[in-house]
Design a binder for this molecule. Sequence first.
Ligand code: SAM
Length: 437
Amino acid sequence: MAKGYLQRKASWEILLKVSSGIYSDHALEKVVKYYNFNSLDIAFITELSFGCIRYRNLLDLWIDHISRISHQKQPPKLRWLLHIGLYQLLKMDKIPFSAAISSTVEVAKRTELKGLAGTVNAILRNTIRNIKKENFPKISSNEMERLSYLESLPLWLVNEIVNWLGIEEAKNVVKAFNKKPSIDLRINSLKTDLNKFLKELNDCNINAEPINQLNDGVALNSNPRSIKSLPGYKDGMWVVQDRSSQWIAPLLNPMKGEKILDACSAPGSKTTHLAALANDDAEILAVDRSEKRLKILQSNLERLNIKSVKTFKADATSLIDLRPNLISYFDKILIDAPCSGIGTFARNPDMRWSLSKDKIDQLIILQEKLLESIFPLLKRNGILVYSTCTICPEENNLLIKKFLSKNKELKLESERQILPRFDSPGDGFYAAKISYK
Ligand SMILES: C[S@@+](CC[C@H](N)C(=O)[O-])C[C@H]1O[C@@H](n2cnc3c(N)ncnc32)[C@H](O)[C@@H]1O
């Protein structure tokens, strides 16, 4: 058996699962659990499978360059296996060409692609010859088309991002979609403190450091085999939460005794942060329309031993009809709206391929509706924070501008857009802090 065959097979199986509609992180988790890989293998499989998902356009371009049959006409299972081989040749410099080819061809030989093993071998060998001769696929000189191939994004989305940010900014941002995402934790300040937790990690030889400007943030510098095996997980000492997401709850400055609504709350990264900041002594209502996600929130509350949160499964746009007694009830409201998630593309490599302009338009309608229908639940002198993990202005500052122009009693206190950056960690995020005078 060729060395590394099983890792290639597992990576290919992840691509098959993702192409059938399963999210990449779920597919990875399932496959890795099935084979019981060690942490080095998991890191390799993650890099290979997520890389193939990210760079789909580029890999297809190479198939079209090398093979007589275009990528659209390849049997899908063969196309994904070619991606596994091509990605290693084009993007993983530490893997010798020979190892990349033999292990990938072996996957063909040992699966239903047996009859196509020769084709896989020929296409990959031919690719090496072309790389050595610097005979690369021709790419249009149009900058948007180049970005769409080289950074691998649907062309419509590149055009949108260039419209939003201009070409120079767009180049940096789309490059950031292909970076390895950081793993950030937030300590549960109800149970531990930063120095104590960092020491515990250190004692277990886990390389971690505090995150600048975040009181409770911890950056993990090494990949653990399983995140849940880190010290303190069962005892609720920490949650996984991206550093950009960690600055949302503090915007509300939650205080003891306050009534706080988290309108789109599950799985609860920000709900639990709000509760911790108020020393578990506020009255927090966590609403979400997804029962499944609310169950995860509930189990997070139990694990972190948080008592000040009540959960409620509801469509937040109907909250006012379901609970009219909540009109003008809350001191603070967070709407962490469902969004296009473009700021989290590095973490969710499949998302770019399932998003569409139509989906964004539907989300904008929902976001407007959420703002309009939830705002009447806010008390006078209260604070409303609206946040998303996207960089699309129609879901962010433009939406807020329109909302404020219709509700003159509201005032924008602050607004911040974090763009994802190739050279620094963290997702893209947006938040507007609004006061009701
Ligand atoms: C961005 S996620 C929230 C993440 C969460 N705030 C956190 O920090 O863990 C958006 C959530 O909105 C929920 N959602 C979408 N539409 C909703 C609606 N109309 N009413 C209530 N929840 C909704 C989704 O189920 C999803 O859990």
